[in-house]
Ligand binder design. Structure first.
Ligand SMILES: Nc1ncnc2c1ncn2[C@@H]1O[C@H](COP(=O)(O)OP(=O)(O)OP(=O)(O)O)[C@@H](O)[C@H]1O
Ligand SMILES: [Mg+2]
Length: 366
């Protein structure tokens, strides 16, 4: 089986796009992480692993290299909802992939849409108001929705992009009177809608979830529910209200505390239930990382759900959150990569057989 690991293409490269437009979601190529994933696939035993950038030539590249299956490690090239573009293109081309389908990718990467799903499911998340791009300046004092959601609450607030990454353009705003300027600034930076949320003052946690087929020391196992792992607390410095962007300060061991099954049993159990519920209720089929924070009443509220969590091969100088606690599950980095691809192949063969006749033909070859 020939597999392509796909990273985000550069819109300024020749032949990448017809017209260069804009990036409401801050662009990053994610190429080095794609190389880490490709390295693990080769160590696992895949002999034909290709690295490719996502851009308008992707279909040709996949066809020319005879690719059977892809791994999406891309946040897109440009334009609206870029997280969904590669998945949509591969659906059209008939190439199966590890990653979220276009609807899930777009829903998860639009924090306001994801939060509305959470509301419908009664899953706690920070109270918010959406400031529509193009509706003129945001005036909280005259905004009925703002009054309905926040009532007498006078701050602090968090103002952030609906589609963002690495804490970029996330602002802590102390007073209602400063919201209008902060919203305008984020709208200018992202050309998109902006979220105003209640600031959750408590501790911050992450947890990952993926499908039920996992690998441990190279041996596959099938669980009866989504696999949840990497429950960690993000350690904030005394005056660090917003977790510092990993673009500014890479995540190191001292910034992350693994939850202890005994002393953190209560937090761990809540996080695991949240992660399983989100994975199941939203019909997700690939890796996610939930970011969670505790509110002033001690309730764990979901901040967001990352559809493409960082999968960098972990080193002491730069940790990826989902790899922070693999050893506790008898797993290494290569096991995680094998888990994600094995789970997808299992799903394709058991539920989407008509979409993968080119893979079953490989199995039938003498
Ligand atoms: N409502 C909130 N209350 C308290 N802190 C918040 C809130 N929203 C965001 N933050 C802080 O800002 C950080 C970034 O926010 P969020 O996770 O929503 O966006 P992101 O930029 O997509 O993050 P990531 O780095 O995980 O991609 C969080 O890790 C948290 O520290
Ligand atoms: Mg986050």
């Amino acid at each position: 089986m020939r597999i392509a690991v796909i990273y985000g293409g550069d819109k300024t490269a020749e032949g990448a796009v017809i017209n260069q437009t804009y990036n409401p979601r801050s662009w990053k190529s994610y190429q080095t992480v794609a190389e880490d994933i490709a390295g693990a696939l080769r160590r696992i035993g895949f002999r034909h692993v290709h690295l490719m950038s996502e851009d308008m030539q992707l279909g040709n590249r996949l066809a020319e290299s005879g690719i059977h299956m892809a791994w999406l490690n891309t946040g897109g090239v440009q334009g609206l909802n870029p997280m969904a573009h590669a998945a949509a293109m591969l659906e059209m081309c008939g190439i199966p992939y590890v990653g979220h389908d276009p609807l899930s990718a777009g829903m998860l990467d639009n924090k306001h849409v994801f939060k509305r799903e959470l509301q419908a499911l009664d899953i706690p998340n920070a109270p918010f108001v959406l400031c529509h791009y193009g509706s003129g300046p945001f005036r909280p004092e005259a905004d009925i929705r703002f009054k309905r959601i926040f009532g007498d609450y006078a701050g602090p607030f968090v103002v952030k992009p609906v589609s963002g990454r690495a804490s970029l353009h996330v602002h802590l705003v102390g007073r209602t009177s400063d919201l209008s300027d902060a919203v305008a600034e984020v709208q200018r930076a992202t050309d998109n809608h902006v979220l105003v949320e209640r600031f959750l003052p408590g501790r911050e946690f992450c947890i990952a979830a993926c499908g039920p087929v996992t690998a441990h020391g190279g041996k596959l196992r099938r669980h009866h529910e989504p696999f949840v792992f990497a429950a960690v607390e993000r350690i904030l410095a005394p005056n660090e209200m917003i977790f510092t962007s990993m673009d500014v300060r890479p995540i190191t061991l001292d910034r992350v505390r693994r939850l202890d099954p005994v002393s953190d049993a209560c937090h761990l159990s809540t996080l695991e239930k949240l992660a399983r519920k989100v994975y199941r209720e939203l019909n997700l089929e690939s890796l996610i990382r939930l970011d969670v924070r505790i509110d002033s009443d001690g309730v764990m509220e979901i901040l967001e759900c990352n559809p493409k969590p960082d999968l960098k091969f972990p080193t002491p100088e730069r940790l990826s959150l989902v790899c922070a606690n693999l050893a506790a599950h008898g797993m290494g980095y290569d096991d995680l990569i094998l888990s994600l691809i094995a789970d997808r192949i299992d799903l394709l063969l058991s539920q989407r057989r008509r979409a993968v006749t080119h893979l079953t033909a490989l199995l039938d070859r003498p």
